[in-house]
Design a protein around this ligand. Structure first.
Ligand code: PEP
Length: 257
């Protein structure tokens, strides 16, 4: 089995203006050490208006954190008012973009087809998509969380070639656990993350499935991250609320300590 470097990514959502972003990223980068970077990959997903600032703060750092966007347009350019394209994000050297976060699916009606187009747009421009999947409370109560989530994985990866798929990051984020303080048990996280890896093996190969990083997201904090990260198919966390506190975020990054 391939060793997977855990990816701890802070999703700032619609928080932190560009001045606040400077202070925030400086606090994180001052705190993190070579030992931290050796064990974990660290990223922040910032609002579009912060990306240039974050780039300026981290570039030139010997051990820079990675950064990326929270969304990407499916289109490269043109009459798509309000959207931000892959070429624009690539120009800012974004390493990642979230795709299909549950808040995009829920409030902006993003379908699996659109998420699939966004995954392809990200890869086209050398940006790693973090494809977010996960069930709502009704689906969980009906016991259909695995089937529901795997259908989103299938949809997001439709016609994505293996050489791209092997670098994707998939974030399993049960919607009922996002921003609610309601964290899935480590076993809940493992059940679905393990099933996602199984589906990747079916869609591509076991070798590919073993390379893909699968994150858990949903009310992750320094107090619960270690138990979640101890699960064999959990390779990192997507962290919302707790990522807004730099000290807490650094504690999460140091989940092994
Ligand atoms: C998220 O925004 O992806 C998330 C998991 O949020 P929170 O950690 O606040 O639940």
């Amino acid at each position: 089995m391939t060793a997977r470097t855990p990816l701890m990514a802070g999703n700032w959502k619609m928080n932190l203006n560009h001045l606040e972003a400077i202070a925030h990223v400086q606090k994180i980068t001052f705190a993190l050490t070579e030992k931290d970077y050796a064990a974990v990959e660290v990223a922040v997903l910032a609002p579009f208006t912060d990306l240039r600032t974050v780039q300026t703060v981290v570039e030139g750092d010997k051990l820079p954190i990675k950064y990326g966007a929270q969304d990407i347009s499916a289109h490269d350019s043109g009459a798509y008012t309000g959207e931000v394209s892959g070429p624009m994000l690539a120009k800012l050297r974004c390493a990642f973009t979230a795709v299909g976060h549950s808040e995009r699916r829920q409030y902006h009606g993003e379908s699996d087809e659109l998420c699939n187009a966004k995954v392809k747009a990200a890869f086209k421009h050398g940006i790693t998509p973090i494809l977010c999947v996960g069930e709502g409370l009704d689906v969980r109560k009906a016991g259909n969380q695995v089937a529901h989530t795997l259908a989103q994985v299938d949809g997001g990866l439709k016609d994505v070639p293996a050489e791209q798929a092997e670098t994707i990051v998939i974030a399993y984020e049960p919607v009922w656990a996002i921003g609610t303080g309601e964290v899935a048990t480590p076993e809940d996280a493992q059940e679905v993350c393990g099933a996602i890896r199984g589906r990747l093996a079916e869609l591509y190969s076991q070798e590919l499935a073993d390379k893909v990083r699968i994150q858990y997201g949903g009310s992750v904090k320094s107090s619960n991250v270690a138990a979640i990260m101890a699960q064999p198919d959990v390779d990192g966390a997507l962290i919302g609320g707790a990522a807004l506190d730099p000290e807490e975020f650094v504690k999460i990054v140091r989940f092994r300590d």
